[in-house]
Structures are given as structure tokens and as C-alpha cells.
Design a protein around this ligand. Structure first.
Ligand SMILES: *[C@@H]1O[C@H](CO)[C@@H](O)[C@H](O)[C@H]1NC(C)=O
Ligand SMILES: *[C@@H]1O[C@H](CO)[C@@H](O)[C@H](O)[C@H]1NC(C)=O
Ligand SMILES: *[C@@H]1O[C@H](CO)[C@@H](O)[C@H](O)[C@H]1NC(C)=O
Length: 427
């Protein structure tokens, strides 16, 4: 007997209804799901509060905040981690001048570390985790130096920060970095991750320009050809004199592996020294191109302003190569301050390029050697200074007239100040 295997008309009808209903539900879910996701703006905010009794507390406010309405506390941060838009994540941190500088530095570091913990971890994986494979002796030596150097420098900075602006800023640099590490550990724990970065590697993430010279000193470079000339260059060109205007192009000598980039804007209410009646620093707002976990640029581009006022100062560095091996004898001393802390001190304290030079040249580490251009403009004039650093020497020249008469300046990794050669032969 032949039996028709199939569904009744009513059953078929029901299945069709079900299929259509499910499809519709799916479409609806897709539509609303998509648009609900789009309602998040991808920008995270957080505020650090502090009181003498209770210490530091962080409020994470998630996404969709009006940046102006994020509560100020000691410090507030605004962070957009998405790199897919233009290759840059963005981080802004603002601290309030009525709190002690130490509290501001800690709050800023804590916010940065806890908000950007994921990018810091990726960056560490990319650039630091495997860097010691095949050169353990070198790494042990560097780590030992970093630890000894930072202990010594922090001690001096604490002792002298009371009255000496340079050492106070160096102290704030290390405070902020230490808090960044604490914040990172907090962020990781808060997200229930089981990952770790050794403590000394937070220092390591902040010495990339110095590291190149340590490698040269010990012949420990991982580069195929460590003696090849650096590839960084800078061009400054005057494009208008009334009002004064210039364009600047810079190629930094970074590695492709360090592709995780963050544009940072630190607006800190720091004072010149630790004492309570000291004035606010001149370089209150520092905007720079940077990397996760790094509290200065490391590819040498800064814009420094004081709130709402001209002049505005651009600071840009181009690598200088040292081919005189003897000069490496002068680096890696305990009482030298590595590049990052000196740059940030100079950026904060200087009101002109000569002052920048005076701060920057103190306790010169002789590592991360560059030619620095300090360009300050207001609507009527331009001031231009050139600073060059090598082991044992930093030199300076005011070059405004030359810039205006030639109309441009090129930095191409070779020194241009004659005085530096003279001084080296004299000492
Ligand atoms: C590095 O190499 C140079 C030249 O090849 C040599 O003169 C120098 O002694 C080496 N330095 C070390 C620390 O091995
Ligand atoms: C570093 O600074 C301290 C304190 O100002 C000073 O005594 C020392 O000579 C400096 N060292 C170098 C190498 O500049
Ligand atoms: C800004 O303008 C004033 C005059 O209004 C001038 O004296 C000063 O040198 C200028 N500063 C810079 C950095 O160009």
C-alpha cells in the first residue's frame, strides 16, 4: 500500500507561520541589536576622588558621557580605545590644581593604568615580552640598572623636590608611572583577567629611546644592522608671516611592531615645586603622540600650551646617531636622569627655548640622543631654538633669525650646532 508521508494542510500552514515569525524576530533583533550597539559612543570616562581620610577612590562612568559633565574630582579621564577609525586611540586626563601635586600625579597615573590596561597588555606583548629571548645577560644588566637608577633618582627627587623645580617634576614623573602600574593591576583585577606584567617592565615601556643606546653600548641590538643610520627626519617650513604660520612634518623612527598608538592630552595642575605657595607650571597642557603605558611621547612630538593663552609651543625631536664608541662610557650612571623625565620636566617648566634647554640638560643621561626643535608662536612672532644632546653634553642655539631668513629647517639625524663639536674636543 502506498502511504503518503507528509503534513496536513493545517500543519504546513503552521510551519510557514512559524518560519515567517522567526525570520521577522531575527530581523527585528538584528535591527535593534545593531542600533542599540550604536548608541554607545565608544568613549569611556572615569573620575578619581581623593580625601585625606579615605584616600583614593575611582568612579568608572562607562560610555555616553558628556565630557564637560564628567565630575572633576582630583582627576578625570576620557578615553576612546577604538583604533579602527584613524589608527589612534585617544586619552585625555585633567587634574585639579587645588590638590597636592603628588595626589594629582597618582590620580592621573591610576586613571590611565586602569582605563587603558588592555592596550598596555597588548603593547607589552608586542614590544617587551619577547625582547629578552636570546639576550638574557643584556636584559638582566639593563633591568638591574633601571632598578638601581630609579631608586637613586627617586630618592634625590624626593629630597630636592621641595625647592628645586627640576627635581620636583622628576619626582612627579616617577609617581605617575608608579600609579600607572597600580592602576593597571587594578584594571586587570576588575576585569577578572589572569595576566601579569613584571613591575620593572613598566619602566622598560618608558625607556624605548634610551634602550637603543644601551643596546649599542653592549652590542646587544636585535636589529639586523644596528649601525644603520636612523630614519627619522623633520621639516619645518614657514608658510606665512602675517600672521606667522608654519607647517611641520616629522617621521619618527619607531618600529612597525609598536603599532598601538594613543594620542594623549595631559592637562595637569602641577606646581613648580612641592611647596604650597609655588606657582603653577607654565606648560600646563601637554598634547603628544604616544604609546600604551608610556607617560611621554617616545616618538618625540609635543604641543605645549598654557590654558587659553598664547604662545603655543611645539617640541619635536629627531634622532642623532653617535658613532664614537668611547662616548658610551659616559652613559648608564646611577645619578643620570633618563630621557622621559627630563623632557616632561622641560615641557612643564620652560617658558622659552633657553629655559627648556636649561632644564633638559640637567643630569643628562646621554641616551635617546636627539636634535630638539622648540618652536613658539603667537600671532605676531615666532621663536625658534635648537637643542642637541649627546653623552656628556647638551648644546643650545637660538635660531629664530635663521629660520625666518631661510624659511625652513631640516633635521635629518646629523647635528647642526658647531658648538657641540668644539665643546667635546675641549672637555
Ligand atoms: C662591541 O663591538 C665593538 C666593535 O665591534 C667593540 O670594540 C666593543 O668592545 C664591543 N663592546 C662590547 C661591550 O662587547
Ligand atoms: C645629578 O644631580 C645631582 C643633584 O643635583 C648632582 O649632585 C650630580 O652631580 C648630578 N649628576 C650629573 C651626572 O649631572
Ligand atoms: C608674542 O608677542 C609679544 C608681543 O606682543 C612678543 O614680545 C613675544 O616675544 C611673542 N612671543 C613669542 C614666543 O613669539
Amino acid at each position: 500500500m502506498l502511504k503518503v508521508v507528509g503534513a496536513s494542510w493545517a500543519q504546513t500552514q503552521l510551519s510557514w507561520c512559524l518560519i515567517i515569525a522567526i525570520t521577522l524576530l531575527g530581523l527585528l533583533a538584528f535591527y535593534f541589536g545593531g542600533s542599540i550597539r550604536n548608541e554607545y559612543d565608544g568613549k569611556y570616562a572615569a573620575t578619581a576622588f581623593w580625601s585625606k581620610e579615605f584616600g583614593m577612590r575611582i568612579d568608572f562612568c562607562g560610555q555616553n558621557n558628556d565630557p564637560l559633565k564628567v565630575r572633576k574630582g582630583v582627576a578625570r579621564a576620557y578615553y576612546r580605545p577604538d583604533l579602527s577609525e584613524n589608527g589612534w586611540a585617544v586619552l585625555e586626563i585633567e587634574t585639579q590644581a587645588e590638590y597636592p601635586d603628588i595626589v594629582q600625579a597618582k590620580a592621573a597615573g591610576y586613571l590611565e593604568g586602569s582605563l587603558t590596561w588592555r592596550m598596555i597588555y597588548w603593547h607589552w606583548k608586542n614590544t617587551v615580552e619577547n625582547t629578552c629571548i636570546g639576550r638574557k645577560a643584556f636584559c638582566d644588566r639593563i633591568r638591574k640598572y633601571l632598578e638601581e637608577n630609579s631608586i637613586e633618582i627617586k630618592q634625590t627627587a624626593r629630597r630636592r623636590g621641595e625647592s628645586d623645580p627640576f627635581w620636583h617634576q622628576v619626582n612627579m614623573f616617577y609617581m605617575q608611572l608608579r600609579a600607572l602600574e597600580d592602576g593597571w593591576r587594578f584594571g586587570v583585577k576588575r576585569s577578572r583577567q589572569d595576566i601579569d606584567i613584571p613591575s620593572v617592565d613598566f619602566l622598560w615601556m618608558n625607556i624605548m629611546p634610551d634602550l637603543k643606546n644601551f643596546e649599542q653600548k653592549f652590542n646587544a641590538s636585535k636589529d639586523f644592522n644596528p649601525d644603520k643610520p636612523p630614519v627619522s627626519a623633520t621639516l619645518v617650513k614657514i608658510v606665512g608671516t602675517n600672521p606667522i604660520d608654519f607647517v611641520l612634518a616629522q617621521s619618527a623612527s619607531g618600529y612597525y611592531g609598536s603599532m598601538l598608538r594613543i594620542q594623549k592630552r595631559y592637562n595637569f595642575g602641577f606646581h613648580e615645586t612641592e611647596s604650597e605657595d609655588s606657582a603653577l607650571v607654565n606648560g600646563k597642557i601637554i598634547e603628544f603622540t604616544s604609546y600604551p603605558g608610556s607617560i611621554y611621547s617616545q616618538d618625540d612630538f609635543y604641543k605645549v600650551t598654557r590654558k587659553g593663552s598664547k604662545p603655543e609651543t611645539t617640541v619635536v625631536g629627531t634622532e642623532l646617531q653617535n658613532n664614537n664608541r668611547q662616548l658610551w662610557e659616559k652613559i648608564m650612571k646611577k645619578d643620570q636622569v633618563l630621557l622621559g623625565a627630563r623632557i616632561m620636566a622641560a615641557n612643564r617648566l620652560a617658558s622659552n627655548s633657553k629655559k627648556w634647554y636649561e632644564v633638559f640638560s640637567r643630569n643628562n643621561s646621554g641616551t635617546g640622543n636627539k636634535q630638539w626643535l622648540i618652536i613658539s608662536t603667537n600671532s605676531t612672532s615666532i621663536a625658534f631654538g635648537v637643542i642637541e644632546q649627546m653623552p656628556g653634553i647638551v648644546s643650545y642655539e637660538e635660531q629664530s633669525k635663521k629660520l625666518l631668513s631661510t624659511g625652513y629647517w631640516i633635521s635629518n639625524s646629523s647635528p647642526s650646532l658647531k658648538v657641540s663639536c668644539l665643546k667635546i674636543t675641549l672637555t
